[in-house]
Design a protein around this ligand. Sequence first.
Ligand SMILES: Cc1ncc(COP(=O)(O)O)c(C=O)c1O
Length: 458
Amino acid sequence: MGVDILTEFEFFAGGIMPKKPTIKTALPGPRAKKLIKLDKAFVSPSYTRVYPLVVDQAEGLWVHDVDGNTFLDFTAGIAVNATGHCHPHVVKAIQRQAEHLLHMSGTDFYYTPQIQLAEKMASIVPGNGPKRVYFGNSGAEAVEAAFKLARWHTKRELNIAFFGAFHGRTMGALSLTASKTVQKKHYNPLVPGITHIPYAYCYRCAYNLCYPDCDLFCVKWIEDTLFRTTVPPEEVAAIFIEPIQGEGGYIVPPPGFHKAMYRIAKKYGILYVADEVQSGMGRTGKMFAIEHFKAKADILAVAKGIASGMPLGAMVAPAKIMNWEAGSHASTFGGNPLSCQAAMATIELLEKSLMKNATVQGKRLMKGLHRLQKTYECMGDVRGKGLMVGVEFVKDRETKEPATKWRPAIIRKAFEKGLLILGCGENSIRFCPALTVSAKEIDLGLSIFEEAVKEVAG
Ligand SMILES: Cc1ncc(COP(=O)(O)O)c(C=O)c1O
């Protein structure tokens, strides 16, 4: 299949190509106001909208709202639209499949796109030997499947996860999540037997140590303290970890961390489960973030960017681990033919040029943010890999007191100026634009971000 990699504005569908954000109305505009009122009446109030954006149409990095305002999107629908909004190669793949077969349920029947995508996923996930792929519809389902497989395979009951982790909101995945208490309040009791421990968050080390002098104390602590006092390692099924923590603050652990963790896991027959839901599928410039650390994982959970916006989750494991029996886990919609075709088109684009673009533009973004950090004291830490980049805001560089109020104000200000960004952690902002982002768009995003920072906290 021939792939045309369309960049920047080339695949704009509406005719007029916006080169900069255009805000024509007060925000929200009149149409947006009406729709938000309806939404408030009928839609679950549990959603977390931080600004009143009502999207009408989008292409590439550009989002148009229902009032004709245009925004530069550095959220990619929360790290989902890997190939940009409505990439024509992905749209065509979905359209072709829609005319052919919409659904048959991969749980009970066979169909080509699911089998082909499984073969492709098995080939792109690191590790030798035969692999198997389980398909669900979301990140939480991919994690949930990994959780169940780890129990099924090891016949062990305990698990380890990390403070700051976000693994999803279904009861199993939520039990592993330790991001914000609002996500867990009133849902207890959750799945028992999970111990949360500190992540390698070097900017705010839980042990008050500094890398590399710490000699990865946070890893050693697991063996020296946790396994000697409260958690018998031979009862632990799996360690669930985000190779780069996402929702928790875009936190990149230091070199050697994952390798050391994996070594401990192997020593005690524990499965190392990498939740690549946010960090995977090319976002960091490599297909999976764990590859940056030259480390291994036994099971990988993937979703978000995998199908450029179509619902799909996948859990990939060596065949010798994914040895559960028929009926032990399944999902009616998982591996839907449309989502599978979208995923194959997405992977084609990632391999052809977009992972490389994520590296190049990610470096440009980091360089720009580091430049801003020299001027704006409030930008305490700038970190990331590829196009998974975060800025942590502090009131004071010395004390590192979190600037929790500035963060939402900066996000709101950026929105009013036509840049879409989102928060993560308590006091950080994430930059996760589509992997199609151009140098011009990076520079534009940086300049709007700077204006917002200057006005709020400069
Ligand atoms: C690392 C990680 N795991 C799991 C999830 C849950 O994914 P979903 O919202 O598709 O269920 C998310 C969502 O943000 C995530 O970032």
